[in-house]
Design a protein around this ligand. Structure first.
Ligand SMILES: Nc1ncnc2c1ncn2[C@@H]1O[C@H](COP(=O)(O)OP(=O)(O)O)[C@@H](O)[C@H]1O
Ligand SMILES: [Mg+2]
Length: 228
């Protein structure tokens, strides 16, 4: 852990007349596990989307690997987003007509990876999230926790530097929440940077560092040493 992977400098975001993020200064370091908490509407998702270049700030700068992002360069932005960022959402958005294996392979196929390699890698990723043997199932044939694990495998398809997860356990019971949390911790221990939005205190506390948002500002920040 050390150098900055994503830096936000004086970032503000206005939507209509509302300022949903105000003067955010934040550095996500390579290899860290950062958690973001805050009440509903405090700006957590907005912040995560700007970090992942899904949205652009109204003011301020975003740097990715120390390079300033030019938000008018759509091609550059989607290149970084597709190659370096993996998103996991509260709702998994898996394609219902495709198997787990196909759902994970699709982003690779779209990214130009050959069929054989994409499916082989999808199989490995599903194995990694504990779904070996269930590759052929459609989303509706999997439990909520399993569906979320498929979406984590999918987020890993392009070997992103960072996983950005927006309330990934928001719909899961405590047992599945723990399974998903352990996957994120394992990915992080293997060197992957993880940023996770959560409203669950006990999960937020297990990150290296946590920030709390209030009304679009960083209200509290805490280093928590090693997670475990
Ligand atoms: N697309 C949008 N249009 C209008 N208002 C939005 C939009 N997205 C977010 N907001 C507003 O921005 C604020 C922050 O939202 P959000 O980032 O989703 O918060 P959180 O994820 O912490 O619940 C809220 O007040 C919300 O109503
Ligand atoms: Mg949100």
């Amino acid at each position: 852990m050390g150098e900055a992977l994503i830096s936000l400098r004086k970032v503000s975001k206005r939507i209509g007349s509302e300022e949903v993020l105000k003067d955010i200064n934040l550095e996500v370091k390579r290899g860290e596990f950062l958690s973001i908490t805050g009440a509903s509407g405090s700006g957590k998702s907005s912040l995560l989307y700007i970090m992942g270049l899904l949205d652009k700030p109204s003011e301020g700068e975003v740097l990715f690997e120390n390079s300033k992002i030019n938000f008018s360069d759509e091609r550059e932005i989607s290149r970084i987003r597709n190659r370096k960022v993996g998103f996991v959402f509260q709702f998994h958005y898996l394609l219902p007509e495709f198997s787990a294996l196909e759902n994970v392979a699709l982003p690779m196929l779209k990214g130009g990876v050959g069929k054989r390699e994409a499916f082989e890698r999808a199989r490995e990723l599903l194995e990694k999230v504990g779904l070996g043997g269930k590759e052929g199932r459609r989303p509706y044939q999997l439990s909520g926790g399993e569906q979320q694990r498929v979406s984590i495998a999918r987020a890993l398809a392009n070997e992103p530097l960072v996983i950005l997860a927006d309330e990934p356990t928001g719909n899961l019971d405590s047992k599945n929440t723990e399974v998903v949390m352990e996957i994120f911790m394992k990915l992080n221990s293997e060197g992957r940077t993880v940023v996770m939005v959560t409203h669950e205190e006990n999960l937020a506390r297990r990150a290296h560092r946590r920030i709390e948002l209030k009304d679009g500002r960083i209200f509290h920040e805490e280093l928590q040493g090693l997670h475990g």
